[in-house]
Design a protein around this ligand. Structure first.
Ligand SMILES: Cc1cc2nc3c(=O)[nH]c(=O)nc-3n(C[C@H](O)[C@H](O)[C@H](O)COP(=O)(O)OP(=O)(O)OC[C@H]3O[C@@H](n4cnc5c(N)ncnc54)[C@H](O)[C@@H]3O)c2cc1C
Length: 439
């Protein structure tokens, strides 16, 4: 019995290592070929049976791969189009551990944020992930904002957020002498995390339970053969001439028992390329860019996270802190138009932060930090929110769809995993596991 088990484990490792090598080999082989030379569709394309494929090695995909391998004993291949993990939204955010205040009660965002935050703090403590429970002040700068603050207090309490407390402006300003506000909502469970260390640690655990990460390979589509999903994979570098009209011929086709589409910004675009799926269940994508500016040449003016009242599309230009105490401001909200599916799958977004944008930041920040000096903001970085509602359309929840929505056994699609996706990542992984067919 023991021998059989260890043989099957060894076989499984050989099998996955072989597929991984082959995907790597395809990448290397293509380096010596013209990018227009591609394997023709149909005949000659290799097919491989695998257990689970997770598409995307962002913080959410990594957490799902860890959960599937560590908790469910599944054999996981993570296919990532980039040259390494976590280079898209997971490294372009505020790195804030959110308490769970903002979202409608019983929404996935509320439930998974509160649960995910608790899991994340426990995980950070157990695994030595750099983090700090700084606490956060949500502030009202004008009289008309005070009722919104009361509303947030009520909502946070409904969501089960611990320790929320309404403060007079004077109490908040005693905590933060550079701050100006009328009232503040104190959230003691908010904090910051080194998300890169988190991803690295969870990848290590996943890998030690047999998960394999394959970089530089893009999932370009899928088709169904009966109930079997056939996933089309191509080497990322070869996709430069891919246009909106064509189906890109795959280098290899994987036949997984389970596919988790955790491809972030492009998950809806990619799902639309799964032939056989009911397109009616795939939500429309919207994209909202957010830029950050860092504060230069000054002693950090704040010790806590400071957030204004949320705005349409984002949480407002807020103060976030790095673990070394440095302050940055952002992100603002800039809606992007005319992003086609192929561009989003290829992450062809513009992430440049134009220095000119600072003109809009100064007046926003001075509402709560009046002594901000001219010329002290330096362009930082930008991230893009994968949104499911457009300008003025209000709240949209995370969407996590299993077979019950789209009718395809063994497919889980994640859509709209914007903030608080980092905080919620471990709870999202638990939730995805409830949708995985038993084997
Ligand atoms: C400006 C901003 C600030 C934020 N601040 C916070 C915060 O403070 N706290 C918080 O909790 N959350 C925050 N978030 C949200 C959080 O960053 C995201 O929810 C989280 O990073 C999403 O992780 P992901 O793994 O789903 O996506 P990603 O990190 O985007 O990962 C998806 C991966 O899939 C890969 N991929 C895409 N298409 C394919 C394909 N076809 N084949 C193979 N691979 C593919 C990509 O290369 C990428 O690596 C913020 C988001 C933004 C934009």
């Amino acid at each position: 019995m023991m021998k059989l088990v260890s043989n099957s484990i060894r076989n499984y490792h050989y099998h996955y290592a072989e597929i991984g090598l082959r995907l790597g080999w395809l990448s290397r082989k293509k380096n010596h070929m013209s990018t227009t030379t591609v394997v023709t569709a149909g005949k000659g394309i290799e097919k491989e049976r695998v257990d689970c494929v997770v598409i995307g090695a962002g913080v959410v995909g990594i957490s799902i791969a860890r959960h599937l391998s560590l908790k469910l004993g599944r054999n996981v291949l993570v296919i990532e189009s980039g040259s390494t993990f976590g280079t898209v939204t997971s490294s372009r955010n505020s790195q804030v551990i959110h308490a769970g205040i903002y979202y409608p009660p019983n929404s996935l965002k509320a439930c998974l944020c509160v649960r995910g935050r608790r899991l994340l703090y426990d995980y950070c403590k157990e695994h030595g992930i750099p983090h700090k429970q700084t606490g956060k002040l949500i502030i009202a700068s004008r009289n008309e904002e005070v009722s919104k603050l009361n509303y947030l207090l009520h909502r946070g309490n409904e969501n089960g957020v611990e320790g929320l407390k309404m403060m007079e402006g004077s109490e908040a300003m005693a905590m933060e002498p550079e701050l100006q506000c009328l009232r503040a909502l104190w959230s003691p469970t908010s904090g910051i995390i080194d998300s890169h260390s988190l991803m690295l640690s969870q990848m290590g655990e996943a890998e030690s339970h047999g998960t394999m990460f394959c970089y530089n390979n893009t999932v370009v589509g899928a088709h169904l053969e009966g109930n079997q999903m056939c996933l089309h994979i191509s080497e990322t570098e070869s996709l430069q001439n891919w246009d909106t009209k064509s189906q890109w011929p795959p280098d290899i086709v994987l036949l997984p028992k389970l596919v988790v589409n955790s491809s972030g910004l492009s998950s809806a675009s990619l799902a639309r390329r799964f032939s056989g799926i009911n397109h009616g269940v795939i939500p429309q994508s919207y994209y909202a860019r957010g830029c950050y500016f860092s504060l230069s040449n000054t002693v950090p003016p704040f010790k806590h996270l400071i957030y204004p009242i949320p705005e349409d599309g984002g949480l407002g230009v807020h103060v976030t802190l790095d673990l070394d105490g440095q302050v940055k401001f952002g992100p603002d909200v800039e809606w992007l138009n005319e992003i086609d599916d192929i561009s989003s799958i290829q992450n062809k977004f513009d992430y440049t932060v134009c220095a000119d944008r600072a003109k809009k930041f100064y007046p926003e920040i001075r509402k709560y930090y009046p002594s901000l000096k001219d010329g002290s903001l330096q362009p930082g970085y930008a991230g893009i929110r994968p949104k499911l509602s457009g300008p003025g359309e209000g709240f949209a929840d995370f969407i996590i769809q299993g077979e019950e929505f789209h009718g395809i056994p063994g497919l889980v699609n994640l859509f709209g995993i914007e903030s608080p996706g980092l905080t919620a990542s471990m709870a999202i992984a638990e939730h995805v596991a409830t949708k995985v067919p038993r084997i």
